[in-house]
Design a protein around this ligand. Structure first.
Ligand code: ADP
Length: 463
């Protein structure tokens, strides 16, 4: 079989590309920051060395008297400050992501305990070694950076100075080629070399100046455990708080029905009280259902079976069920706008219907009589489809909008209490949509109404 050789790009392009990449270093800010770091390494290293050795030696000699111990203490504090400064330099000039020197511990408040902990940490001693090594490194770094950059800059400036002094002559113009052009190339080469040195030292600084990876992980795990513990405590408090009112109401009503016959309310009143008791019990059962669902979401056991679903029939169905109820109970019109057919998304049809029902119910509950709740579907972006549930209710203030998806949050608790909610509906709806790979958000114009946006991932239309 005949094959044709693959076309090779013209070599000139390749060379031009390489030259461009080689010279690019001249306009990268990082090159100049690295060079600045290396140029200043010697004076800094020398300062650390002088301060620390002078402090240690004089402190050690005078340690028989208290003043020596104070000098040692001051030296430790100075070393700490130098290490913090060096960390900032490595981040700012070398561009390295150096972990913190010590992890925050809110339990440690007194400076003395802070110092004791500081002395017990490996990062402290590693940073001290680093500070001493900065001197030999500084001698090397400052020398080569000064020599390389100095020579190149001189080579670039020489033709300019020459032409100023001697005037224009063929030789002066020739100087622009040599040493001029060569010095530009030399400067680029110097920057490449200095960048290599700076990167190597930056990696070393990252290892020496920050807490180790293992320690960071332990700290992170501890922080997460504390947050989980706090949220568990909050949950228990919230649930207890929510249970109190309905249970007190049930108890009062049942107690009144258990009074001696003579003191019992009449039959009509007794029936009313029983109905209230039944309604409160149903509310409690709903609360338990919601809590179970949230607990499952927290332990990643929320069962959502995602597949390609056609959206229009689901949205239509929810509208069909709720529109007559809204009209009869609250004189609110629920309209479902023309839905584009053949739009498929990834999701669980039952869970999506549950979320939509929740949003439309909320919209109905918060809309005054005569208002309108409308549901529509946008084709959204190429990857996502949006379903919007809008109402002509009171809207939600910007401050509340930030929190309405939090558990147990109710923007206006007295009003929400009337509607019977516990402030869990939206957080469950969001969990469910996220489990479908989608999201839930809200926008609102206080006084005019709110819109809740469901976003789902587009699915391929099944054959
Ligand atoms: P609830 O069961 O109390 O309604 P949700 O989690 O569903 O709890 O809603 C949280 C809060 O968000 C509500 O208490 C209410 O203040 C606000 N909210 C939800 N939907 C709307 C809406 N359509 N219009 C105005 N406020 C709303």
């Amino acid at each position: 079989m005949e094959t044709t050789a693959p076309e090779t790009p013209a070599p000139t392009i390749d060379i031009a590309d390489r030259v461009k990449r080689f010279l690019l270093v001249l306009i990268e800010p990082r090159s100049y920051l690295n060079a600045l770091y290396l140029l200043t390494a010697f004076p800094l290293g020398l300062t650390y060395f002088l301060v620390l050795t002078a402090g240690m030696i004089s402190g050690a000699f005078l340690s028989i008297i208290v003043v020596g111990l104070l000098i040692l203490l001051a030296t430790i504090v100075a070393a700490w400050g130098f290490a913090l400064f060096e960390r900032e330099l490595a981040i700012g000039l070398l561009g390295f992501n150096v972990p913190p020197l010590a992890l925050p511990d809110p339990e440690i408040v007194s400076p003395w305990r802070l110092l004791v902990r500081h002395l017990g940490q490996p990062a402290t001693w590693k940073s001290l070694i680093y500070l001493f090594l900065k001197l030999p490194f500084g001698i090397f770094a400052s020398l080569i950076s000064a020599a390389l950059v100095g020579a190149s800059v001189f080579g670039i400036l020489y033709p300019l100075i020459k032409i100023n002094i001697d005037g224009v002559s063929p030789q002066a113009i020739g100087n622009f080629i040599f040493p001029g052009a060569f010095a530009v190339a030399g400067l680029a080469l110097s920057f490449h070399a200095l960048n290599v040195v700076a990167r190597a030292w930056g990696r070393f600084a990252t290892d020496m100046l920050g807490v180790g990876e293992e320690q960071r992980q332990v700290w992170e795990a501890k922080r997460k455990a504390e947050a989980a513990d706090r949220s568990r405590r909050e949950l228990i408090m919230n649930v207890s708080h929510e249970l109190r009112t309905p249970i007190a109401s049930i108890q009062a009503h049942v107690d009144s029905l258990l009074l001696p016959v003579a003191e019992r309310p009449d039959a009509a009143e007794s029936e009313r009280r029983l109905r209230v008791t039944a309604a409160e019990t149903r509310r409690l059962a709903d609360l338990i259902e919601d809590l179970l669902m949230l607990a499952r979401a927290d332990s990643h056991e929320l069962k959502v079976s995602n597949r390609a679903i056609e959206l229009a029939p689901i949205v239509q169905q929810v509208g069909h069920v709720l529109a007559p109820l809204a009209r009869a109970e609250r004189s609110v019109a629920v309209t479902v706008e023309d839905l584009p057919a053949g739009v498929w998304a990834v999701g669980d049809p039952d869970r999506l219907a549950q979320v939509l029902t929740n949003l439309v119910r909320n919209a109905i509950n918060y809309t005054p009589e005569g208002g309108v709740v409308s549901v529509r579907m946008n084709d959204g972006t190429f990857e996502h489809i949006q379903i919007a549930v809008s109402d002509t209710g009171p809207g939600i203030s910007a401050a509340d909008l930030e929190h309405i998806f939090e558990r147990f949050y109710r923007a206006d608790s007295s009003r929400a209490r009337d509607t019977g909610g516990f402030g869990l509906g939206l957080s469950i709806a969001r969990e469910l949509l996220e489990a479908m790979g989608g999201s839930l958000s809200a926008t609102s114009q206080p006084g005019l109404g709110s819109t809740f946006w469901i976003s789902l991932r587009r699915a391929q239309t099944p054959e």
